[in-house]
Design a protein around this ligand. Structure first.
Ligand code: GTP
Length: 495
């Protein structure tokens, strides 16, 4: 077998949680982590070290790794980063270019780690890894300290809802294990984490290369450090809470094998459902009850988030791909305008007023994006912005032509996340998270709390008129009117 094929095999073996490891594992779900940092901070070496010292590397992989590492380091160990260079292209370019997931376990817990690339243009991959992670390991090279890239990655991780950070002050052997260096970097990082709303930060001085404070304690090498090793920290970390919304089924397909059967297929994106539950079909608002839940091999008496199901309802309703079937008493937000945060991924950035495709689950619809603020990564402050350059993190207003359906990302990552696609190039230009529905579309006018009219800057021709029923802010009727009709409405109210 070639070296490349061998490595590919290694990746395959490490990716799948192994059944025989299960009895050792304390939690049913593995803790998911991402590692991020700048190029050459030592991510691959760290993950390789984690896999090696937790014995996740099988003997045959270990042998081929030893063979592949032309030279071994002074500890007689192979080049751990090679273990992770699973992708052929990565070997050719010498950098990590895609998210790779690895599995490892200790006696107390199992882990899935996403190895995300450090190069600036790969922010998208980093965001992909972060969207499912419970914890982020931010690596810094002890010699360099915090870089803009560290700030960017910490920010994306926090925007993606990660509330636990480990700051790995790596290559500590290269700064003579100097406590002052560690103190300065960790103080600076903790201040950054606080501005991001992340309170749980464990800073660890380590050498991934030498395996100090990764799985095994650095002991007498760093005598002043009395905190946990990386693995001890990971064993005690908490799982991120799941989706806290009601039942959500984004409909991917309507199945009609015969006259008598009609089922709605998709993967449950939140909550749970059982036969007899009342559901609403959005955006139409029709109501029905669940008659049956079918999976590929059996009829079930319940389904939860993550299950791929076919839902059969008790009556004829109009359901199409892109609709969402939701619990009647805990519905997502629907409307024409939302606030969101996004990361711009392409050289063109985000152009105000341009019409993009927004894709969320099985739903795709037209949207206009108006950048409002951009995060200044140096100061950590949100500054006013009209345009978002590539890699910028921004707050935006989204204005839809047709009703959109979302949960805030904080409540449900499945129904609160989206991507933007440039209709001219078909490129994914941004990844985003919904913050909330906008009821006040800019607040041009407020009248006794009952009617709010506003003129979004990006809709020159039209006004969105939103009528809020007094004291019932949830029940918002949003309708689109022409500029003159809205002016008339304004005049009427004023009059
Ligand atoms: N002295 C020392 N060198 C280290 C340590 N960790 C990593 N290195 C070295 O730093 C270099 C970069 O390490 P990598 O693991 O490839 O870095 P990376 O962050 O994965 O880089 P990309 O995959 O390109 O993003 C390699 O030569 C490693 O051997 C450490 O703790 N001490």
């Amino acid at each position: 077998m070639t070296a490349a094929a061998n490595t590919a095999l290694a990746v395959e073996l490490l990716e799948a949680p192994q059944a025989d490891a299960a009895p050792l594992v304390r939690d049913s779900r593995p803790l998911r982590l991402i590692t991020c940092g700048s190029v050459d901070d030592g991510k691959s070496t760290l993950i390789g070290r984690l896999l090696w010292d937790t014995k996740a590397v099988k003997e045959d992989q270990a042998a081929s790794l030893r063979r592949d590492s032309g030279q071994q380091n002074d500890l007689g160990l192979p080049d751990f980063a090679l273990l992770l260079d699973g992708l052929q292209a990565e070997r050719e370019q010498g950098i990590t270019i895609d998210v790779a997931y690895r599995y490892f376990a200790t006696d107390r817990r199992s882990f899935i780690v996403a190895d995300t690339p450090g190069h600036e243009q790969y922010t998208r991959n980093m965001a992909t890894g972060a969207s499912t992670a419970d914890l982020a390991i931010l690596l810094v090279d002890a010699r360099a300290g915090l870089l803009e890239q560290t700030r960017r990655h910490a920010t994306i991780a926090s925007l993606m809802g990660i509330k636990q950070f480990v700051l790995a002050v790596n290559k500590f052997d290269l700064v003579s294990y100097d406590k002052a260096v560690f103190d300065q970097i960790s103080t600076e990082f903790k201040a950054l984490a606080l501005t991001l709303g992340v309170r749980q930060v464990t800073a660890i001085p380590m050498s991934a290369l030498k395996g100090e404070n990764v799985v095994y304690s650095a002991g007498a090498v760093i005598p002043w450090y009395e905190g946990p090793t990386l693995v001890e920290t990971l064993e005690l970390a908490t799982l991120r809470s799941g989706q806290s919304t009601g039942f959500r089924l984004p409909v991917q397909r309507v199945s009609r094998p015969g006259e008598s059967f009609r089922g709605y297929q998709g993967t449950v994106a939140g909550g749970a459902v059982k036969p007899g539950d009342s559901v609403a079909i959005l955006p139409s608002g029709q109501v029905a009850n669940v008659k049956q839940i079918v999976t590929f091999d059996l009829v079930r008496n319940a389904a939860v988030a993550g299950d791929a199901i076919t839902l059969v309802l008790d009556r004829q309703v109009d359901v199409a791909r892109g609709d969402m079937i939701v619990s009647l008493d805990a519905q997502p937000q629907t409307g024409l305008a939302f606030d969101a945060q996004l990361v711009a991924l392409q050289p063109d950035g985000i152009v105000p007023g341009k019409r993009y495709w927004l894709k969320a689950g099985s739903r795709r619809q037209r949207v206009q994006v108006q950048p409002v603020q951009q995060l200044d990564l140096k100061s950590g402050k949100w500054l006013a912005a009209e345009m978002l350059q590539m890699n910028a993190i921004g707050k935006v207003h989204l204005a839809f032509d047709e009703t959109a359906i979302f949960d805030p990302y904080e409540l449900n990552r499945g129904t609160g996340a989206f991507i933007l696609i440039d209709p001219d190039t078909n490129n994914t230009v941004a990844g985003g998270m919904i913050s909330a529905k906008r009821t006040d579309l800019g607040g041009l006018n407020t009248h006794e709390g009952r009617v709010i009219l506003s003129l979004p800057a990006d809709l020159a021709e039209q006004l969105l008129a939103t009528e809020l029923l007094a004291n019932r802010r949830d029940e918002v009727e949003t309708r689109r009117v022409t500029t003159s009709a809205a002016r008339q409405l304004l005049d009427d109210i004023d009059g």
